[in-house]
Design a protein around this ligand. Structure first.
Ligand code: ADP
Length: 163
């Protein structure tokens, strides 16, 4: 086998991104140089009610990463590992904010590994200023008419303002 063979390293970053926050953006941008492609993958849970529609979430993620051809957005139903298999992705990227995140992610990562031994979960630490941030907080601030400009990427803020 040719050792120089070019195998694309694809990482999937799964989440609901309702909406994408500066915390998500930071993890994705810092991971992008490690992989050939990072796919921001919107997992669709039919039992969940979302604040933003799937189309709106796709639009906001696309606008955020319009400058980076290595970062794409896709959506999927079902198991993240099945989506990874379909895509030929060998890495699942996740962010770690706190020890609670670690405990949660550890079990998911270990179960995913059992279901799909060829996949590796890769963790990236959150920047300290993003540790308290999550999409739920952003939704709550929005519901009450507050300013989310510090919590979401600029193109996302502009998009939300335009709605
Ligand atoms: P969502 O909030 O979009 O439903 P999750 O909470 O599952 O999705 O987050 C998707 C990924 O983004 C997870 O790996 C999570 O750890 C990471 N993440 C969420 N918020 C932040 C943040 N503020 N900083 C860094 N990573 C984050």
């Amino acid at each position: 086998m040719n050792k120089m063979q070019n195998i694309e390293k694809i990482a999937v970053f799964p989440g609901s991104f309702d909406p994408i926050t500066c915390g998500h953006e930071s993890v994705i941008r810092r991971a992008a140089p490690i992989f050939d492609k990072v796919i921001v993958a919107i997992g669709q849970n039919t039992l969940k009610n979302y604040f933003f529609s799937l189309e709106q979430r796709i639009e906001m993620i696309s606008a955020t990463f319009a400058d980076n051809p290595r970062i794409d957005v896709m959506h999927y139903d079902g198991l993240t590992v099945d989506f990874c298999k379909q895509l030929g992705a060998s890495y699942i990227l996740r962010g770690l904010r706190t020890s609670a995140d670690f405990e949660f992610e550890r079990s998911i990562g270990q179960i995913n590994k059992q279901m799909y031994p060829d996949v590796e979960t890769v963790f990236m630490l959150t920047q300290p200023e993003h540790t308290p941030l999550n999409s739920g907080v952003v939704r709550d601030v929005l519901k009450h008419g507050g300013d989310v400009s510090r919590f979401v990427p600029k193109p996302v803020f502009d998009y939300i303002q335009s709605l």
